[in-house]
Write a protein that binds this ligand. Structure first.
Ligand code: SF4
Length: 353
């Protein structure tokens, strides 16, 4: 391996160079998966996968122009706009998710940035979901520091906000907010003491250099994200990225593997696009170090593999759902969650960018 010290792989570092990231992406596939698997085993049980559930609490009519997103008001995608759900409706979903075995409940809203009354409403949801014994996660768009603090005070455990792609490719995908806007929100979330969920989307026409740039940006944040969702674009008719050239599946696996090596303690989440992946491709992703999925039949507005298919795949691979640390009580993790958390083009995404 050139320009890269094999001995240092597995160390927790935020000083990765772009050159190192590119060298990892260029490794022969077998070598890359070997190193990723080795690093994975240093920090995780390789046969456990964390499972999250997600509920879209406010869908559509987003003023942003994310080129992948069917929730943007700028694109005619047939998505029905829905107002913010009321608290009791959200708690009904959360109870059902808990009864199905979910341990974390993620609430996503298609906002550019939430208003004061919206933060208050979501804070009430967070308190209610937490009182059910579930971990809480939210993705609401850009946050000001005081908004992050209010969500933390309500008991929010995780906040999702993705970088989406490299700094260089970013303006091909979004023009209504800057990369720095995203970094500022991530800083506010970290400063409030909320765990960070942050990743990106592949298959948007980006180059290998852009995938390296995204990974480098994530791995050189002041602290590594706790969760890193790696999404494969789910193409939706009516969005600008509909018809984009598909990504080589092995390049998706490579990106997962490099994320695992760069951020050894993060949960790397196989997120949006999973419904379009074969069992064999998903198995390769787990081998490359992915250890989190969104579970359920819907990721905000795009499809997700049937739950039974997930259970069967886990059984075939000998994978167990990872036990989460519930916010207050109960919740035994079993593969029965109805929605999932996570996010992306999907999941987190769609809305929260
Ligand atoms: S990804 Fe989020 S911010 Fe972007 S258009 Fe969709 S809902 Fe809006």
């Amino acid at each position: 391996m050139t320009r890269l010290s094999v001995e240092r792989l597995g160390q927790i570092r935020t000083d990765w160079t772009l050159d190192e990231v590119r060298s990892l992406l260029d490794l022969p596939f077998a070598d890359l998966l070997f190193h990723a698997q080795r690093v994975h085993r240093e920090h995780f049980d390789p046969n456990e996968v964390q499972v999250s559930t997600l509920l879209s609490i406010k869908t559509g009519a987003c003023p942003e122009d994310c080129a992948y997103c069917p929730q943007s008001v700028r694109y005619d995608t047939g998505i029905e706009r829905e107002a913010l759900l009321d608290v009791e409706t959200v708690l009904e979903h959360a109870r059902a998710a808990r009864e199905s075995g979910a341990t974390r409940f993620c609430m996503g809203a298609a906002y550019r940035n939430p208003k004061k009354h919206q933060i208050a409403a979501v804070a009430e949801m967070i308190r209610g979901v937490r009182a059910l014994g579930l971990e809480t996660c939210a993705t609401l768009g850009m946050l000001e520091p005081e908004q992050a603090e209010a969500l933390k005070a309500a008991g929010l455990d995780y906040y999702n906000h993705n970088l989406d792609t490299s700094p260089e490719y970013y303006d091909k995908i979004i023009t209504t907010r800057t990369y720095q806007d995203r970094l500022d929100t991530l800083q506010a979330v970290r400063d409030a003491g909320i765990k960070v969920c942050c990743g990106g989307i592949l298959g948007m026409g980006e180059s290998k250099a852009d995938r390296a740039g995204l990974l480098h940006s994530l791995a050189t944040l002041p602290q590594h994200p706790d969760s890193v969702p790696i999404n494969q674009l789910v193409q939706v008719a009516g969005t600008p990225l509909f018809g984009a050239a598909p990504l080589d599946p092995l390049d998706f696996v490579r990106t997962i593997a490099v994320a695992r090596i760069l951020m050894p303690k993060a949960h790397v989440r196989l997120s949006a696009g999973r419904s379009e992946m074969s069992d064999e491709l998903q198995a390769l992703c787990f081998l490359a170090g992915a250890n989190s999925i969104f579970y359920g039949d819907k990721l905000l507005t795009t499809g997700n593999p049937e739950e039974d298919a997930d259970r069967q795949l886990f059984a075939r691979l000998g994978i167990r759902p990872e036990a989460a640390v519930p916010a207050t009580d109960t919740a035994t993790p079993v593969l029965h969650a109805r929605h999932e958390c996570g996010s992306p083009n999907h999941v987190d995404h769609r809305g929260r960018g």
